[in-house]
Design a protein around this ligand. Structure first.
Ligand SMILES: Cc1ncc(COP(=O)(O)O)c(C=O)c1O
Length: 352
């Protein structure tokens, strides 16, 4: 009999609902009136929590979404004749409908990589190849931590990128849509992963870690956020009822909920990979570092499995799929999914 699909699918970490404590915080914030556009006590408290986490007076701007956060941040770092050096697989390059180019006017110089990780030599090579007003002027090195391929930069690798960026008068920008997953995986502090390795500005993700919606743009280097208020408004990312984004962040940052959520998601990905390893026809592609599992499946298996419980094909040509976990993933979800994989694998083997 066809197994029952998991309650929580493995399609992505943004298919999960919101964490109950975040929903409670929203309900608690839903009393009376409050000043709009961020002049409210929730926003002040959430900003303070983030500043405590960074251990400095970082500038914080909440936005609705991750693309919006990247757009707001990059707009503050770039002039239209400047350019961003990023891996070809970067979310800003492939998954944001060209929004960063549209809003900044700046070019993305996308570098092919093996694993989604940019190397100092990539930056050096590009910088050396560009000169004068006939070329764009590199200004930002943009990376995601973890990468879109679920890989982590070590702190040393980040520091090396920070050095090469600053050595060439570039800024280091970090897309931190899943920063929490990286922080727990590396067991480091937020400053160790950001200010201490030379990150100048970043996004701090909420949506993929238990919020209904909401991200934060964080400027570490003083002065970089000078235009942020205006950029955020122009990009349609200034929430009128800001208290509801801020209240969610306040809850997420209270009692380390953000770390617990991410640690759980990472552990669930490891558990999923462990359950699937050794299963015929499922080839796990790389070690699980955060909350994603990449696997190669026989091409014919992908559509039937995805129809049963949806997930994204990562690389159609290579028949590589991506399964993601979140704070909401349960051991029952893993058991149900693995049962389904076994069922469809057995069906194919029986048919052969
Ligand atoms: C690395 C990365 N950055 C940013 C985002 C945010 O995108 P969205 O605009 O969908 O919130 C995502 C979402 O998948 C992502 O994976």
């Amino acid at each position: 009999m066809l197994p029952v699909p998991p309650v929580n699918s493995f399609a992505s970490d943004n298919v999960a609902g919101a964490h109950p404590r975040v929903v409670e915080a929203l309900l608690a914030a839903n009393v009376g009136s409050a000043p709009a556009y961020g002049d409210d006590p929730w926003t002040a408290r959430a900003v303070k929590r983030l500043r405590d986490l960074f251990g400095s007076d970082v500038e914080v701007y909440f936005t609705y979404g991750g693309t919006g956060a990247n757009v707001v941040a990059l707009q503050c770092l770039l002039a239209p004749h400047e350019a961003v050096i990023c891996p070809a697989t970067a979310h800003i390059n492939v998954d944001e409908c060209g929004a960063p180019e549209r809003f900044t006017g700046a070019k993305l110089l996308d570098v092919p990589t093996q694993d989604g990780k940019l190397r100092p030599a990539d930056v050096e090579a590009l910088v050396r190849s560009l000169h004068g007003e006939h070329n764009v002027k590199p200004r930002v090195v943009a990376i995601s931590q973890p990468t879109e391929l679920g890989a982590l930069y070590t702190l040393d690798e980040l520091a090396a990128l920070g050095d090469v960026a600053h050595g060439n008068d570039l800024l280091l920008y970090l897309d931190g849509a899943r920063l929490a997953n990286a922080v727990v995986a590396l067991g480091c502090s937020v400053p160790q992963m950001t200010s201490q390795v030379g990150v100048d500005a970043l996004t701090f993700g909420g949506t993929k870690n238990g919020l209904l919606y909401g991200e934060a743009v964080v400027f570490i280097r003083p002065g970089l956020g000078e235009r942020a208020r205006f950029a955020r408004k122009q990009a349609g990312q200034l929430a009128s009822k800001m208290r509801f984004i801020a209240a969610q962040f306040e809850a997420l940052l209270h009692d380390d909920l953000w770390l617990h959520n991410a640690a759980h998601a990472n552990a669930m990905a490891r558990a999923l990979a462990a359950e699937l390893s050794g299963l015929g026809q499922v080839e796990l592609m790389r070690s699980v570092e955060v909350n994603s599992v990449f696997a190669r499946l026989p091409a014919a298996l992908v559509p039937v499995l995805a129809e049963w419980s949806f997930f994204w094909t990562w690389d159609v040509g290579e028949s590589v799929v991506r399964w993601m976990t979140s704070f909401a993933t349960t051991e029952q979800d893993i058991a149900a999914f693995v049962e389904g994989v076994r069922y469809f694998v057995a069906g194919r083997e029986g048919a052969q």
